[in-house]
Structures are given as structure tokens and as C-alpha cells.
Design a protein around this ligand. Structure first.
Ligand SMILES: [Zn+2]
Length: 380
């Protein structure tokens, strides 16, 4: 174990990322990756806009004579909300907008989704995940001891997305993912792949207690190979082709739609708020804000000092955490003591269970080699 603490002299990533490397000036590999692989391929000027216009034309053509020309998943967070605005108002697209309700929507998320849909005059397709299955799936992940407890929510979103694409024969998926706020990648130990079916099956087999009969599953082979290469379904990330600044987007959405901001990225789900804000932070020492703030530093939206100031405080409210802890336990149908026992159990990681990491590693290298995907998960 690398025991010496070190923090990057340029961003705020530190040795809580077990694979971080520093150069002689104390600058980390995330910063170097940004300069050498992200920045040169990232165009938000006329060049990016021209590339985007071309794709928008293709999207419109593909949707001729159909009810929709693209697909967009709306979480109620800033990225997907802003993208929806751009898609409809700026690009003139006709997206099928869907939302996956995994049982943990915060009031803010519901509010934001409703104001966007109402103001834009759209229909919302909501996929409600069977709660008994969701709950059992989430508990299985708690019992497994791994950090990536978000997989049951994440996977449902991805699988539903591709089910919609297939059902409505939609070729283009708009994705709010963007380099501006997400150019620094989460370490693999923190967030493992949400579509590793081998791992999911292993954890369900060991810790699940009911049959997953309706929960939507999708393997990476199905959506990355079958749908992508055989059906021609494409994921487009328009926010990478235009100037996109988090604070400006937040202000714009509030003014234009009566949208309400969250205290932290991903907090639109009450579960994620608890899990990223408390569980990962206290049980594993992973502070997801480090990654998010480092992205903002590298893209010039925040100074390092501002980020350090934010990191001085815990990501959760210490006065409210006991209530929140009890709420999560009650909602999951277990006692607070049982939830506490999972918090205190020995830490496990993705490699403690069956997994397909080699397949992902190969796939990521392959896609990167062909310039298909700029930001991949960091490979060991
Ligand atoms: Zn750095």
C-alpha cells in the first residue's frame, strides 16, 4: 500500500485514487491526460459547432416520418436538463424524453423534470422499476461490501435507454455527458462498470433473495456491439461541441424554466446523495467532489483554492446524517443496525467478485484506438 499522502499541485486529486501518479512537479496524471488527450480533441468553437450541425442534420433525416428523431434520458440534473433545452430550442430536434424512476427521486428532481417537460410542451415516458426488485438488488450490493452501490440505479437507466431505442427504432441517443464538467475520470475502484453482467450476476446470486423478473438488464455486448454496430444506434454528446459552463447553465435554467439547483452533482437521487455524500466518503475515503472539482479546475471554471475551500467541509450535513441514515434503512426495509453492519463490514472491491474487466479493458482500448471514445475509464 502506498501510505504517503499526496495531493496534486494543479488539481485536487490525491492519493485516495490508488493509481494516481505524480510527476517531478507534483502534477498528477489526470492533469497530464487532460492536456495531452482531452484538450487537443475537444472543440467548442466553430469547428465543434460545424461537426454538431452535421450530426443534427443526420438525426433529423433519420427521424423523418417518425414521432421522434432521438432519445434523451432526463434525470433532472443540470447536464441532461440543459441538453434537453438545447436539443429542442436550439437544434430543433424531437426527442423522446424518458425518465427512470428507481424509487429514489428527490423532490427537486421531480420538480425539475416537470418544469422542463411542461415548458417545452413534451411528453415524458417514465419507466418505473419494480421496487421490490430494486430494493433487493440494492441490498445485495450493500451486503457485497463493494463501493459501487449505484449500479442497480445506473444499470436500470442504461438498459431502459437501449430498450427505448430498440422499441421505437430510434438511431440517435443524446447523452449529457461532457468534458467541461467531467473531464477527470473516476478511479475504477470508486465506480466500477455498471454494465458488467458477470459481476452483477455474481453479486445477485450470492446476496439476492428474490427473483429479478422485471428489472431491465442489458449486457455491454448487447448495447455496445449488437445495437451499435448491427443496428447503428449512436450516442451523441452535444455538450462537447458547444461552450458549456456549469454555472451559466444553472443560472439559465433557473431563469428560463424555474429549475432548482442541487447542492452537489448527482444529488438528484436521494440514494445517490446518501451514497456519494456519506457512504463513499466515510466508509471508503472517496470524495467524489475531488473528481468533479478537478474537472472544473482543469476547464477553467474554478480555482484550485476555491476547490480546496469546498473540500474542507464534509459532503454531507453532520446534523442531519442520522435521520438520513435511518431514512435509507427504513426505505430499504432493514433496521438501522443492519445498515450500520454493512457500513462496518470489511471493504470489498470489484476484483473480489467475478467480473469482465478484461473485456472492458480490451473494448476501451479498441474504441480509444479508433478515436471513438475520448474519455475512457482509467485503466490500471
Ligand atoms: Zn492533477
Amino acid at each position: 500500500m502506498n501510505s504517503k499522502y499526496q495531493i496534486c499541485s494543479n488539481c485536487v486529486m490525491d492519493t485516495s485514487d490508488p493509481n494516481i501518479r505524480f510527476d517531478e512537479n507534483g502534477v498528477c496524471d489526470h492533469c497530464h491526460d487532460f492536456e495531452t488527450s482531452v484538450k487537443p480533441n475537444w472543440h467548442t468553437d466553430e469547428r465543434g459547432r460545424a461537426e454538431l450541425e452535421k450530426i443534427i442534420d443526420e438525426i433529423k433525416k433519420s427521424g423523418k416520418g417518425r414521432d421522434f428523431d432521438c432519445l434523451l434520458g432526463l434525470s433532472g440534473g443540470v447536464d441532461s436538463s440543459y441538453m434537453l433545452h438545447m436539443a429542442v430550442k436550439e437544434f430543433g430536434l424531437r426527442p423522446l424524453v424518458f425518465h427512470v424512476d428507481g424509487g429514489w427521486n428527490s423532490e427537486l428532481a421531480v420538480h425539475n423534470i416537470n418544469v422542463m417537460i411542461d415548458k417545452l410542451g413534451l411528453d415524458l415516458y417514465t419507466e418505473v422499476i419494480n421496487w421490490e426488485e430494486m430494493r433487493d438488488f440494492q441490498l445485495a450490493f450493500f451486503k457485497s461490501g463493494v463501493p459501487h452501490l449505484d449500479i442497480p440505479q445506473d444499470h436500470a437507466f442504461i438498459a431502459t435507454l437501449y430498450q427505448f431505442a430498440e422499441k421505437y427504432k430510434i438511431k440517435y441517443i443524446l447523452n449529457g455527458g461532457n468534458l467541461s464538467t467531467e473531464c477527470v475520470q473516476y478511479p475504477m475502484e470508486w465506480f466500477y462498470y455498471g454494465t458488467d453482467m458477470k459481476q452483477i450476476k455474481d453479486i445477485i446470486r450470492r446476496f439476492g433473495t428474490i427473483k429479478m423478473e422485471t428489472y431491465p438488464f442489458s449486457s455491454v455486448l448487447r448495447h455496445k456491439v449488437y445495437l451499435k454496430y448491427l443496428k447503428g444506434v449512436r450516442v451523441v454528446k452535444p455538450l462537447n461541441n458547444i461552450p458549456f459552463y456549469k454555472n451559466e447553465a444553472l443560472l439559465f435554467l433557473q431563469k428560463e424554466y424555474g429549475w432548482k439547483p442541487y447542492p452537489q452533482k448527482h444529488f438528484e437521487s436521494r440514494f445517490t446523495k446518501f451514497y456519494e455524500g456519506y457512504w463513499l466518503y466515510e466508509r471508503f475515503g472517496y470524495d467524489t467532489r475531488r473528481v468533479q472539482l478537478s474537472s472544473l479546475i482543469l476547464t477553467g471554471q474554478m480555482t484550485r483554492d476555491e476547490a480546496l475551500e469546498i473540500l474542507k467541509n464534509a459532503p454531507y450535513d453532520k446534523n442531519k446524517i442520522e435521520d438520513e441514515f435511518n431514512y435509507i434503512a427504513t426505505k430499504l426495509g432493514i433496521s438501522s443496525d443492519e445498515l450500520r453492519s454493512y457500513f462496518n463490514m470489511p471493504k470489498k472491491y470489484y476484483w473480489d467478485y467475478k467480473n469482465q474487466q478484461n473485456l472492458f479493458r480490451f473494448g476501451a482500448k479498441f474504441l480509444h484506438l479508433f478515436g471513438v471514445e475520448q474519455v475512457k475509464k482509467r485503466q490500471k
